[in-house]
Design a protein around this ligand. Structure first.
Ligand SMILES: [Mn+2]
Length: 306
């Protein structure tokens, strides 16, 4: 598998981008890096960054619209700010290409609402569709990946579920627009992670993964497989069934844990759960799934735990 860890696991503890690159270079299993843009790139020389990260590759860049974009990213009521948000995404695509990456992730943090009567839903929905289309057409060689989250920072996010994400992708109607699924975000929405994954992957629209775990009522960012073993195993089964060959990015928050050990714990969990799935095999699991039966499903889970 290709694995990547989160830069801010180190940066939030006072280290800089180069420290984080160094930490990941010396971590067994890590193959790729993933930057936030502009947060992790601004002020750094791209050529120097490229030199420092060798032999690791860049998977992509995750957009962060902060500070002035509190009222909206792609739906900001101030048209000049809305245009600026679109421009930042286009710049991110250019930088991504320059660094050898292939995907930019759009988490529309501020495109949502807090109060009834606060937003003209149809108008803002069209603004999101048109902006994503404009970004996609600007960089047809770069994958534009939508990462949904049901709420936080806004009370309601516009793109809040697997279903809404697939609806957006359908409306945008561009080859290079797909999605990144964040396991914790899916649990927060009470989406079944594997269900969303299957529908996205079946359409060739699964561009990225943010693996982690949690209890569902907030973005816990716990170590993968620590809380929901069975749903994690089902998720990996569908990854294998659809031949996912992208990067597995661990979007976890080692606030109290040592960051390197925490990232390694994620890789170890993913590898072990994958091993459990493989020990039974996609074909045999598919046979159980085709039975449409709860008891057979439960017996399969027990078999995996042996
Ligand atoms: Mn995420």
């Amino acid at each position: 598998m290709n694995y990547a860890g989160r830069f801010n696991s180190f940066i939030f503890k006072g280290q800089n981008v180069y420290d984080a690159i160094e930490a990941y270079k010396n971590m067994e299993g890590i193959t790729h890096l993933e930057f936030n843009y502009p947060e992790h790139i601004e002020g750094y020389d791209l050529a120097e960054l490229k030199k420092a990260m060798h032999p690791l590759k860049v998977n992509g860049l995750a957009l962060r619209w902060r500070n002035e974009f509190l009222d909206g990213d792609l739906t900001n009521p101030d048209e000049s700010l809305r245009q600026k948000a679109i421009k930042i995404a286009k710049d991110a695509a250019d930088v991504c290409r320059e660094l050898g990456g292939s995907v930019i992730t759009l988490w529309l943090e501020n495109d949502g609402f807090d109060y009834p009567f606060q937003m003209d839903y149809e108008k803002c929905w069209k603004q999101v569709v048109e902006a994503v289309r404009e970004i996609a057409d600007y960089a047809p060689d770069i994958k534009i990946s939508i990462e949904y989250k049901p709420f936080e920072e806004r009370e309601f996010a516009m793109i809040d579920s697997a279903g809404m994400t697939l609806y957006l992708i359908h409306e945008v109607d561009r080859e290079n627009v797909g999605c990144t699924l964040d396991f914790c975000h899916m649990l927060m929405k009470h989406d079944s992670p594997a269900y969303g994954l299957a529908l996205a992957a079946a359409k060739g629209k699964l561009f990225g993964l943010h693996m982690n775990d949690g209890y569902g009522w907030k973005d816990s960012g716990l170590i993968f497989g620590s809380v929901n073993f069975t749903q994690s195993a089902e998720f990996i089964y569908y990854l294998e069934r659809y031949g996912y060959d992208g990067v597995v990015f661990f979007d976890t928050f080692p606030i109290r844990e040592e960051s390197k050990a925490e990232c390694r714990a994620n890789i170890a969990a993913f590898e072990l759960i994958k091993e459990k799935v493989d020990s039974i095999g996609v074909e045999k699991i598919s046979k159980v799934v085709s039975k449409h039966d709860g008891i057979s499903a439960q017996n399969l889970i027990l078999d995996m735990m042996k």
